[in-house]
Design a protein around this ligand. Structure first.
Ligand code: AP5
Length: 218
């Protein structure tokens, strides 16, 4: 089973991918995480990526397709892939389809996570994550259980905010979502792969709905 989580910035793709990974022995492939790792290396390409991401613009199709392809090749032992934040353009969607075919696999399910723009702003400006393990929190919706201690890895080394989690960068990210990515909803609907989930529901309820959708798809 290979699935795509599709939705605007802050829709909850990463949160749901982590929950599904644990439950279904699947592997999350997040191009955002891969790009953040590449930019932290400080190479020339890393510096370019850093600037593009901080402004909220899309990195080139070639770079993200290359990253996805490398990571798929490295990971053969999981029960399937959860694509988080990829594809984001029609070009990427076609490339993914070819990549899957070349491995005699396919995309089985695409979950569209729908959330109002006003809620996205609140989610994005309230988000922070553990410096050590990257566990994602929210000031109001999901604070750590014991203040200053990561629920996941128990680190007390603090939390960080993402550079692109500003209102200004979010406006650009949303614009790019509607301009480049939202056409994928029609693309996967036409392929009969699409299921819509109300992304405003509580995190656990959304997880249960997505889990059920994966079961219906088997
Ligand atoms: P990426 O890292 O993919 O960011 P994004 O798509 O903007 O999505 P986010 O990670 O911001 O949000 P999410 O949907 O994962 O939400 P989360 O679960 O964290 O991409 C970053 C950048 O990299 C892009 O702008 C671009 O520059 C580049 N890039 C990446 N992929 C690319 C590609 N394929 N092509 C080109 N460029 C690419 O949740 C958000 C917050 O809400 C959290 O605090 C969480 O706790 C909370 N929350 C989650 N669910 C709920 C809920 N149900 N109710 C209440 N709160 C909730």
């Amino acid at each position: 089973m290979n699935l795509i989580l599709l939705g605007p910035p802050g829709a909850g793709k990463g949160t749901q991918a982590k929950l599904l990974e644990q439950k279904l022995n699947m592997l999350q492939l997040s191009t955002g995480d891969m790009l953040r790792a590449a930019k932290d290396k400080g190479s020339e390409i890393g510096k370019k990526i850093k600037l593009i991401m901080a402004e909220g613009n899309l990195v080139t199709d070639e770079i993200v397709i290359e990253l996805i392809s490398e990571n798929i090749d490295k990971s053969s032992k999981c029960a399937g892939f959860i694509f988080d934040g990829f594809p984001r353009t029609l070009y990427q969607a076609d490339a993914l389809s070819e990549l899957m075919s070349s491995k005699k696999q396919s995309i089985d399910l695409v979950i569209e996570m729908r959330v109002d723009d006003s809620q996205l702003i609140e989610r994005i400006v309230g988000r922070y994550s553990c410096k050590e393990c990257g566990e994602v929190y929210h000031k109001v919706n999901r604070p750590e259980q014991k203040k200053g201690v990561c629920d996941n890895c128990k680190s007390i080394n603090g939390f960080i905010f993402r550079e692109d989690d500003t209102e200004e960068a979010l406006r650009t990210r949303l614009f790019n979502y509607y301009r480049e990515t939202s056409s994928l909803i029609g693309y996967y609907y036409a392929k009969k792969k699409l299921t819509m989930v109300d992304g405003l529901l509580p995190i656990q309820t959304i997880h249960d709905l997505i889990y059920q959708a994966t079961k219906n798809n088997l």
